[in-house]
Design a protein around this ligand. Structure first.
Ligand code: AMP
Length: 280
């Protein structure tokens, strides 16, 4: 596994392997089994796999969150050595964003007005900026993203289509702890008691799925929000949305209807989602 720090090294690495199919897994590090599942899928589906580890400042709308974001490069590399990953791209900020760099500004419409877009203004502009940059330098055939960041997958699909990039976006299932808590780099900041509390996010999603059989989406939202208010965690939003447009559902269910939840456990912001109505 090669560790690549700058664009010249990356271009040389790619040039020497021209013609091979290439899978790309963008991450911010502090790797766990969720990230590794993306790498494993990529190594199964492509001749070559590159993972990037880069904590992208432009997607953080809260500087304390950026500062506290876990950085565990040595442990990440140890984990990756146990996979069939071919290269790890670990650029610094100046490499990713040279002074003259400009991404393509895209308007996301509703995609950036709801949920993560609403509560983290500027977040998706930052995500698009970094992913566009990586897509253009690396030019993968396929790029792998976790379903855990459900809205992010929708944004990346939209961006790839708008920019006409010949890259297949592959969505991978959410990996969970035994308690159901979605694996996340941020879980490292939770104590044992908080981790137990945090299982309520997934429990709320499961409850929503059960309730969906005999309640409208609005009723499900009300019941879940009411139940959540009894916990110590702070609910930021719980919404049931259309899987593509992300419009809130109120009275009518639709195939792929997805419940999305974000809550603060202490200072740690946790995100999760679950498809409530399967596609037939
Ligand atoms: P991050 O390092 O948080 O930016 O995540 C990098 C990629 O890993 C994103 O596509 C995430 O959606 C994905 N990811 C994070 N956690 C999980 C998980 N528990 N299961 C599957 N994919 C995940």
């Amino acid at each position: 596994m090669q560790i690549v720090k700058n664009i010249d090294e990356l271009e040389l690495f790619l040039q020497e392997r021209k013609g091979l199919s290439l899978g790309f897994v963008p991450t911010m590090g502090a790797l766990h089994s969720g990230h590794i599942s993306l790498v494993d899928k990529s190594t199964k589906e492509n001749d070559l796999t590159i993972i990037s580890i880069f904590v992208n400042p432009s997607q953080f709308n809260n500087s304390a969150d950026l500062q506290k974001y876990p950085r565990t490069l040595e442990a990440d590399l140890d984990l990756l050595k146990q996979t069939r990953c071919d290269a790890v791209f670990v650029p610094d900020v100046a490499t990713v964003y040279p002074v003259d760099y400009k991404g393509t500004p895209l308007s996301l419409g509703l995609l950036e007005e709801v949920m993560e877009g609403k509560y983290r203004p500027g977040h998706f502009a930052g995500v698009m900026e970094v992913v566009e940059r990586f897509f253009r330098i690396i030019q993968p055939n396929k790029a792998y993203f976790g379903r855990k960041d459900f809205q992010q997958v929708a944004v990346i699909r939209f961006m790839t289509k708008q920019l006409n990039l010949p890259i297949e976006i592959v969505e991978c299932p959410t990996m969970r702890e035994e308690s159901g808590l979605a694996m996340s780099s941020r879980n490292m900041r939770l104590g044992n008691r908080e981790k137990k509390e945090a299982a309520l996010l997934y429990q709320s999603l499961i409850r929503a799925k059960e309730l969906s059989t005999n309640h409208t989406p609005s009723q499900v939202v009300d019941l879940v929000v009411e139940n959540f208010s009894e916990s110590k965690m702070n609910l930021e939003y719980f919404d049931i949305v259309h899987p593509e447009t992300l419009e809130s559902l109120t009275y009518q269910w639709t195939e792929g209807a997805t419940a999305c939840i974000v809550a603060y456990c202490g200072e740690v912001r946790l995100i999760d989602n679950l498809e409530l109505i399967p596609f037939s």
